[in-house]
Write a protein that binds this ligand. Structure first.
Ligand SMILES: CC(C)(COP(=O)(O)OP(=O)(O)OC[C@H]1O[C@@H](n2cnc3c(N)ncnc32)[C@H](O)[C@@H]1OP(=O)(O)O)[C@@H](O)C(=O)NCCC(=O)NCCS
Length: 295
């Protein structure tokens, strides 16, 4: 086992492609990019790979929590399907835990560390991972879920928003795709209303859509912040509630995703299930267990 170095990145992407569920394998590059140890040292991160001379057969990425320095995150652990059941996963997790101890962490979580997260926890379909972390002393603390959205032509999610936007304009609300200046104006509002993570997340979005009243943002929705196929975050200030802004902004984002070639979208880490079900026909599909362990 050796420390992750940037030269390992392509081989780690290959490992993820052959080891993860199809919907994760297809975004292997984005997942490795967002979770891998950062080179500039701005965040405390560590990674280890098992390298057999030709390929990476196992990887673990860990990071200190972006808010609480005593908490660490097990962000990713993957072993090649051909190499499982021989203790490699356990050794990688132990190496990750030791790196977190050396960073001063007293607890480790498998729970997503926004804005650098690819999963809110372990997708329950990764059942060997559920078994492995249970064996290694992790306790199931919460459950989270995504909602999936059909983005094929004719789906509810792709309902045209032109009429709704015209009605909003008559009420003094202007809907638009946010540019860099809009994002700069939006950031402090998002930080104040919904907390710091979202303010950082929207800076990494593929696209943010906003609602402006008197030139000031009163609602926003973003997609592609963590992973290209994922939607969120979104929020409407109290003064904008009840106008239908959320539905319009959500559908604008989903339309972008369909145009980008996605036939299925993921609303990450939900959230108001009835809203997404009604506005986009979204349904709960991916379920994640969140874990914690004292180090
Ligand atoms: C989770 C994973 C990393 C485990 O790797 P591994 O090298 O097989 O792990 P180990 O051999 O160290 O197994 C550790 C323990 O996990 C449990 N376990 C592992 N695979 C299991 C399986 N298929 N069924 C039941 N228990 C299993 C066992 O308790 C095992 O200990 P034991 O053999 O002493 O009983 C591997 O299955 C994997 O890469 N899965 C896909 C990626 C993934 O799900 N990652 C987590 C989400 S990001």
């Amino acid at each position: 086992m050796e420390r992750f170095a940037i030269d390992h990145h392509p081989a780690v992407v290959d490992l993820l492609r052959r080891s993860l569920l199809p919907e994760d394998a297809v975004e292997a590059d984005a997942i490795a990019e967002i979770l891998r140890p950062n080179e500039d040292g701005s965040r405390r991160t560590a990674g280890f790979v098992e390298w057999d001379g030709a390929a990476v057969t196992g990887v673990v990425f860990v990071a200190v929590d972006n808010a609480d320095p005593q908490v660490g995150h097990l962000d990713l652990v993957v072993v090649d399907p051909e190499c499982r059941g021989r203790g490699l996963g356990s050794r990688l997790i132990a190496a990750g835990e030791q790196a977190l101890r050396e960073f001063g962490c007293t607890r480790v979580r498998i729970a997503g560390n926004p804005p650098q997260y690819a999963f809110p926890g372990i997708d329950v379909r990764y059942t060997p991972a559920v078994c492995a972390v249970t064996k290694l002393g992790y306790a199931h603390e919460q459950t989270a879920w995504n909602m999936s959205v059909d983005l094929t032509p004719g789906s509810l999610a792709l309902t045209d928003t032109a009429d709704a936007e015209a009605a909003l304009a008559e009420q003094g609300v202007h809907i638009k795709a946010a540019d860099a200046d809009d994002i700069a104006r939006l950031r402090p509002i998002v930080a104040q209303e919904w907390g710091g993570h979202w303010a950082d997340e929207i800076t990494t979005a593929e696209q943010v859509h906003i609602a402006l009243r008197d030139g000031s943002p009163i609602a926003f929705a973003a997609w592609g912040c963590t992973r290209p196929s994922w939607f969120g975050p979104m929020g409407t200030k109290a003064e904008g509630k009840g106008l239908g802004l959320g539905t319009v902004l959500l559908r604008r984002c989903l339309r972008d995703q369909a145009k980008a070639g996605f036939t299925k979208g993921q609303i990450g880490w939900v959230g108001p299930v009835p809203f997404y079900a009604r506005a986009a026909g979204a349904f709960i599909e991916r379920v994640f267990f969140l874990y914690t362990k004292v180090l």
